[in-house]
Design a protein around this ligand. Structure first.
Ligand code: PRX
Length: 655
């Protein structure tokens, strides 16, 4: 029981959920013929989506050029993303339509219309040019969810300068690492961002980062939190000093379909994040088509809310580019869900009459813990569709979401995808798919997916293994920025000719896909990817740490926490104060999201005779499982010691 909701009973009753008749009748997709049509000729299918959702300055000569694993989509075509997201809507009479109902954490509100967005985007484009940005230059963006965020991203697309957005929760070190990898020329940031009533010191972090990021020539600073910040003469410029007096006209560049659109960094299985490169035409087709089909978007009726952060791919694809390309009205909220109280999201959803809500299982589980009373205070009857993304959703959370937030009437689309895929790959179509709580159901039309064993052999229904994508798709990453070999090695080398996302998956007897989590050393914490190696290198960077091993501990509710095993140098004592210091150190090196929930000090780490750390054993310890065979260990008794220490620490961990 969670606050009046009998989940166990509901789960029993809700093994499957059919779309309600009315939903099906009015749905964007109401017949499953779309799957056969797309499978018969996937290039033709995507070409059709490209015609339907995107305006092209010049049409393509060839839909797909596939020199595996390098793809070019819509070869020879020209377009501009900001033109598609803004100008064409204003030209067709939608200038006054609200693109975003924007709400700040302190309670300030703005309605950002398509016309305002277009004008502001042009002004920012002109300002960026004044700061020296030219087509092809990279622009780093380190902002919270402020009204200027979309215009800044769109301005980059307008002038053909690929952006790299760095999540505002990342540290100075993470920011400088990304700026350096991308060799960004200009940084757009703010004095600060609001988070739970406190100021995230973005400019201060940026100043720190820029000491080690020499490629940045100019910094454009948005004023948001209004505390004093230092401005470096000749380098730093206030947004309000140069943007408002720019012309609100800026011709959109006619860009090649394969022109780089953005780089977004994501954790891999080494300490160095990978710069995932997306390009212009295919990406826009992918996000616009999936946003339309999967969210069943009715452009003039829906109020759509993706409650993610634009610092992650979900924000790029489903707050900014997909919805704007489709001319949608969205909600954008700056802050935390419990400010001033735990009903903030429901208050917002009620006031703007949100019809579609897209959020992550980790958020849903938090709402479950808070209880239904915060939801019941509000009228959420406008909601008609719910979405989930970022990690496997446990059936209990699915049912709670569907019943308590969705009033039992809304389909839930559990959408599986990645930074690399750009757009949703596995998901129900809400008007036709029979849902099963906890399953992302089937590949999106046009997408080829399979579940294979270690040898790459397809597994029959009922079997489990690795998910692979079997055909190229328009919004696929083109490479790892500056590192084609890493692109090949990471994604295309495990199974010949197949894209390997790194997720375990089983298919049930009816062919439904059930995701099982990552199969590599990447953790998924609160819907964010963090590599065990990144956290380990942050820990050993501390002067007291000799060695560390980090594992993700998955609980019953499928939530993953970071557990770190640490051996200290010499005679340093691992006390509570050091434990907190190490957590802060990780926070400083990477960002708050990477702080271990639990740190265990140990004399030694379990290693094989060849010196390899036995993570599997450590995961067993962290998850409280009986230990398997330890005879291959060079130091058998260390496991006992670690297990006792872990048991002693259980219950003492932090959020
Ligand atoms: O493990 C999968 C998990 O998140 C990973 C991708 O993380 P990221 O690139 O940060 O993108 C997150 C938002 C798209 C995947 O490899 N994941 C994402 N969505 C789901 C999921 N796992 C299960 N079910 C999902 N719906």
């Amino acid at each position: 029981m969670t606050d009046q909701v009998d989940i166990a009973n509901l789960l029993e009753e809700l093994r499957t959920f059919e779309p309600p008749d009315e939903f099906r009748r009015n749905a964007v997709v109401s017949s499953d013929a779309i799957y056969d049509e797309a499978d018969a000729d996937y290039e033709a299918f995507w070409a059709g989506q490209a015609e339907a959702h995107v305006s092209w300055f010049k049409k393509w000569d060839t839909v797909l050029e596939w020199n595996a694993p390098f793809a070019k989509w819509f070869v020879g075509a020209e377009l501009n993303v900001s033109y598609n997201c803004l100008d064409r809507h204003v030209e067709s009479g939608y200038g006054d339509k609200v693109a975003y109902f924007w709400e700040g954490e302190p309670g300030d509100k703005k309605e950002l219309t398509y016309k305002w967005l277009l004008d502001e985007t042009c002004r920012v484009s002109n300002a960026l040019k004044e700061l020296g940005v030219r087509k092809g230059d990279r622009v780093a963006i380190y902002l919270g969810m402020v009204p200027e965020l979309a215009p800044v991203m769109l301005a980059c697309t307008r002038i053909g300068a690929p952006h790299t957005v760095v999540f505002a929760g990342f540290s100075a070190d993470s920011l400088s690492g990304r700026i350096n990898d991308a060799s960004a020329k200009v940084l757009v940031t703010a004095d600060g961002g609001w988070r739970r009533g406190a100021i995230v010191p973005l400019k201060e972090n940026a100043d720190e980062a820029l000491k080690a990021a020499p490629t940045i020539e100019k910094v454009l600073v948005v004023r948001r939190t209004e505390q004093d910040v230092s401005m470096q003469d000749g380098r730093d410029v206030w947004y309000h000093d140069i943007v408002p007096n720019q012309s609100a006209t800026c011709e959109p560049e006619h860009l090649d379909a394969e022109h780089p659109l953005y780089i977004l960094y994501t954790s891999g299985t080494t300490a160095k994040p990978k710069g995932i490169l997306h390009t212009t035409g295919g990406y826009l087709v992918g996000v616009a088509a999936t946003h339309h089909l999967i969210f069943d978007l009715k452009r003039n009726e829906d109020v759509y809310w993706c409650a993610a952060d634009a610092g992650w791919v979900t924000g790029h694809s489903y707050i900014v580019y997909g919805p704007l390309c489709n001319g949608a009205t969205s909600i954008m909220y700056e802050g935390a869900p419990d400010v001033p109280d735990k009903d903030r999201l429901w208050d917002i959803a009620e006031r703007y009459k949100a019809t579609i809500l897209y959020t992550a299982p980790t958020a849903i589980r938090t709402f479950m813990k808070w209880g239904t009373s915060f939801v019941e205070k509000h009228d959420l009857s406008a909601l008609r569709l719910l979405g989930s993304v970022g990690e496997p959703i446990n059936p209990e959370a699915w049912v709670w979401y569907q019943q308590v937030i969705g009033g039992g009437r809304c389909p839930v689309v559990d959408t599986w995808w990645q930074t690399e895929t750009g757009a949703i790959m596995i998901s129900p179509l809400p008007g036709i798919t029979k849902l099963k709580p906890g399953s992302a159901t089937f590949p999106v039309p046009g997408i080829g997916a399979d579940v294979v064993n270690d040898k790459g052999e397809s597994q029959p229904f009922g079997g489990a293994g690795y998910i692979v994508l079997t055909r190229p798709w328009p919004s696929m990453l083109r490479t790892v920025y500056g590192d084609d070999q890493r692109y090949i090695d990471t994604y295309w080398s495990k199974f010949e000719g197949k894209y390997f996302p790194g997720d375990g998956c089983k298919r049930d007897e009816e062919g439904y896909f059930w995701f099982l989590g990552r199969v590599d050393d990447v953790m998924n914490v609160a819907g964010h990817r963090i590599s065990t190696y990144e956290v380990e290198s942050a820990l050993v960077d501390h002067e007291t740490v000799a060695e560390s091993a980090v594992v993700g501990r998955v609980g019953q509710d499928k939530a993953e926490n970071i557990v770190a095993f640490v051996t200290l140098k010499g005679d340093v004592t691992g006390d509570e104060a050091l434990l907190q210091e190490l957590r802060e150190h990780v926070s400083k090196k990477i960002g708050k999201i990477a702080r271990p929930a639990m740190i265990i000090f140990t004399e030694d780490l379990p290693k094989t005779r060849s010196g390899k750390i036995m993570r599997r054993l450590l995961r067993d310890v962290a998850e409280g499982r009986p230990l398997g065979d330890v005879t291959t260990l060079a130091n058998e008794n260390v496991v006992e010691e670690i297990r006792d220490k872990a048991a002693a620490r259980a219950g003492k961990e932090e959020d």
